[in-house]
Structures are given as structure tokens and as C-alpha cells.
Design a protein around this ligand. Structure first.
Ligand code: KG4
Ligand code: ZN
Length: 392
């Protein structure tokens, strides 16, 4: 079975063609092609993602990206016999024009299904992907499966990556498992009974950890997205052994629950920066910025470690899964390695380039649903606050 994955929940436009088949022990897959168009250059100027700009960029990029993917992956194509249903795209004029002028309405790839992210994320951005998927699904007469972006991050940890198109198995993990999901919009601890059965046992009460990295970067005048830059500077502070003169809070470190809070940590950074500027320093020194980045990263990492320990102690799970864009962070990766060793449990983290948003994880989540015999939902709405456990 070949599935097309489409991801447009935030600032990456991504498409993937994934072939998969059921085996006695699970599933095998091969990646026929996977492309990501990052909008960082557009959003960098503003220090954050503007939903309507993200929407516009997805609408501009989806069609050429998919045409390129189909050509590059060498997948067989066949002639389209259906007419494009323009009503589906009446809210998507840019996308409609691009699609009408493209090869996608005359020649379709031989695929069996489409999987598209329908939440959580920025609703205007999600709608572009959903409308595109619905229009193609009808035009190409293939079912459309709505996928949860966070489940995508969970299954991204199962990918046994091999850059060639040979068949791969996904990791076979022992359940129950604990997933720690760390992204720009989410920070949550999820108890997994089995794939598809999720219970959120801890979550952030305000900012997500990636959002805190991004906001701290903005306060310090660093480039967007903030995570990689804050982390790079923190590493410089460690290798050059800058003395520790800054103390940031560790919010909710000792609370009895498994919840997080990162907004106070960001505010503490803001006050410290203001105070330092008031003390007569016109520009923050490089050392001050680097030390602050290290202290912020240490504080975030310490809280995440403590809460993960709490969840592991309470559940006795055998498997730890860590996903989401923030897990590109080296300090966190090292901490989770150490933790898994100490608890004697298996750890699954995606490779660095699959930790950020991509369509491979969406295509894989879709393949797992199709191979489990699930039926596609006939109409999909964008659900910005979609939760893994179905809660509000
Ligand atoms: O999962 P993701 O790609 O998009 C969302 O679903 O939100 O996560 C993006 C987040 C951003 O906040 C970005 O700053 C953060 O991941 N990030 C990092 C690192 N690389 C990306 N945070 C800390 N350290 C990094 N190396
Ligand atoms: Zn994400």
C-alpha cells in the first residue's frame, strides 16, 4: 500500500510518499520520498509564526512540493479521470489556482490513501493541508485519513531509519510505554497502553517548552526558531566553562503532580535582561547571553527530568518514548539516555532530522491506521486544540 502524507500544522510544508505492508510481526515500510519546505526565512523577520502568513506559504508551496516529490520518487502515475471539485477549495484561492495549473489534475501517482494532519496546530495552516487532501482524495478517488500531529511525533520514534528505499521494520516496543512530547506547542507526558490508546498524565499549564526557548531567544535578540540558537550558545558556555552567576527558577519542580509551567521561567529571563540593561549595559555581553542560555536550558532540562522520573516511578513502564521538535536538543537527549539507563528501560528517540515536523511521521501514522483496518472519516475539520486522549 502506498500512502501520501501531508503536514501543514505550523511552519513546515511537508509531503511524503510511504509504501508499507503488513507482516506477521507488524509492518514493514519504505520511504519513496519525503520533502519539507521550511518557512523559517519568512517567520524569522518577525521572531515567530504568524498563522495567516503560514497559511499563505503552505498554499503557495504544497502543489510544487508534491509535483517535485512525485517526480523525484519515480512512483508510477496514471491519468486522472475525475474533475477537480472546486467547491472544496473555495476558501483556498491561491491553492486552487496552483492546483488547476499543475500536473496533479491530469496525472496522479498510484497511491492508495492520503493521510493529513488535522490537529493540533494553527487552524488556518491546518485547513490548507486538509482542503488540499480532500480535493486530491476526491479527484484521485482515494480515501483521506485525518491524523493527529502528536501521534505523528509518537510514531516518529518507531522509525528505523534507512535512507535507501529498501524495506524497514518499525521498532517493536513493549507496552505500556511513557511518551514525553516536547514541541513548540506541547509539553506533555502520555501513558500509552498501546498505539491509539493514550492518557495524558502531565502537561504544561501555560507555555510549551519549545515556545519558552523561542521566547527567551526573542528576549535576547537571537534568531528564530530560538531552540537551536539558545542550545548552541548554552553549549559554548559549557565548553568555555563560564562561571555560574545566574540563578533561574525551576517552576513546579516540587509540585506533587506531573504538570509543567514554563511561562515563569521565561518571565524571570525577561526581568533579568531588563535589570542588566538598567544597570547601564547598553548591549548584553556575549558571555552574559551564553550563560543565560545555559542556565535556562539547565532549568528546563531539570524540570523535564524530574517530571519524567515522577511518571516513570508511578507507572513502572518498560519503554520511554521521546518526541517533538525540542528533542533535537543535545542536553535533553543525553539526559534521557542517562535516565533510561538508570531505570533499565528502552528508549526511543527519533533521529535529529526526524524530530522536527515532517510528513513521514504523518504517513506512517496513517499507514498504521489503514493496516489496522480503520475506516477514514468522511469529513475532517481543523482542530487546533486536538488532544491525544480525546479530552477538551
Ligand atoms: O515539533 P516542532 O518541529 O513543531 C511543533 O509541532 O511545534 O517543534 C518546534 C520547536 C520550536 O519551538 C523550536 O525552537 C524547538 O522545537 N527546537 C529546539 C531545538 N530545535 C528545535 N528546542 C531546543 N533545542 C533545540 N536544539
Ligand atoms: Zn510538531
Amino acid at each position: 500500500m502506498i500512502i501520501l502524507g501531508i503536514e501543514t500544522s505550523c511552519d513546515e510544508t511537508a509531503v511524503c510518499l510511504l509504501e508499507s505492508r503488513a507482516t506477521e510481526t507488524g509492518i514493514e515500510y519504505r520511504v519513496l520520498g519525503s520533502l519539507i519546505h521550511s518557512q523559517i526565512d519568512i517567520h524569522k523577520e518577525y521572531g515567530g509564526v504568524f498563522p495567516m502568513m503560514a497559511k499563505r506559504a503552505h498554499a503557495e508551496n504544497l502543489v510544487p512540493l508534491l509535483e517535485k516529490l512525485i517526480t523525484q520518487s519515480g512512483i508510477a502515475t496514471k491519468t486522472v479521470t475525475e474533475q477537480l471539485d472546486e467547491k472544496i477549495l473555495e476558501q483556498e484561492l491561491v491553492l486552487k489556482d496552483k492546483l488547476l495549473a499543475s500536473s496533479l489534475i491530469t496525472s496522479q501517482p498510484k497511491i492508495d490513501a492520503i493521510a493529513v494532519t488535522y490537529g493540533p496546530g494553527l487552524e488556518p495552516a491546518l485547513w490548507v493541508g486538509i482542503n488540499f487532501a480532500q480535493a486530491l482524495g476526491k479527484l484521485w478517488r482515494v480515501p483521506v485519513y485525518p491524523e493527529n500531529h502528536m501521534e505523528g511525533h509518537i510514531v516518529s520514534t518507531l522509525i528505523n531509519e534507512n535512507p535507501t528505499t529498501t524495506w524497514n521494520t518499525i521498532h517493536t516496543i513493549t507496552y505500556p510505554a511513557l511518551a514525553v512530547l516536547l514541541s513548540g506547542g506541547h509539553t506533555e507526558l502520555v501513558a500509552i497502553e498501546h498505539l491509539g490508546n493514550y492518557r495524558i498524565v502531565g502537561r504544561t499549564r501555560d507555555d510549551a517548552v519549545g515556545e519558552a526557548f523561542d521566547k527567551v531567544a526573542r528576549i535576547l535578540g537571537l534568531a528564530y526558531p530560538g531552540g537551536p540558537e539558545v542550545s548552541r550558545r548554552a553549549a559554548i558556555a559549557r565548553t568555555t566553562k563560564l562561571p555560574h552567576t545566574i540563578d533561574l527558577p525551576r517552576p513546579m519542580l516540587h509540585s506533587k503532580d506531573l504538570d509543567f509551567s514554563f511561562s515563569g521561567l521565561k518571565t524571570a529571563v525577561l526581568y533579568l535582561v531588563k535589570e542588566t540593561s538598567h544597570n547601564g549595559e547598553k548591549e548584553l555581553s556575549e558571555n552574559f547571553i551564553n550563560e543565560l542560555c545555559r542556565e535556562f536550558e539547565d532549568a528546563a532540562c531539570e524540570v523535564i527530568e524530574k517530571k519524567t522520573r515522577g511518571a516513570l516511578d508511578a507507572s513502572g513502564v518498560q519503554t520511554l518514548i521521546v518526541g517533538g521538535g525540542v528533542i533535537a536538543n543535545t542536553l535533553l537527549r543525553t539526559m534521557f539516555d542517562r535516565l533510561a539507563n538508570e531505570y533499565g528501560i528502552s528508549l526511543y528517540i527519533p533521529t535529529q532530522h526526524l524530530s522536527g515536523d515532517n510528513a513521514l511521521m504523518i504517513a506512517l501514522a496513517g499507514s498504521l491506521h489503514v493496516l489496522r483496518g480503520e475506516q477514514p472519516v468522511p469529513f475532517t475539520r481543523a482542530l487546533g486544540n486536538l488532544r491525544l486522549d480525546g479530552g477538551k
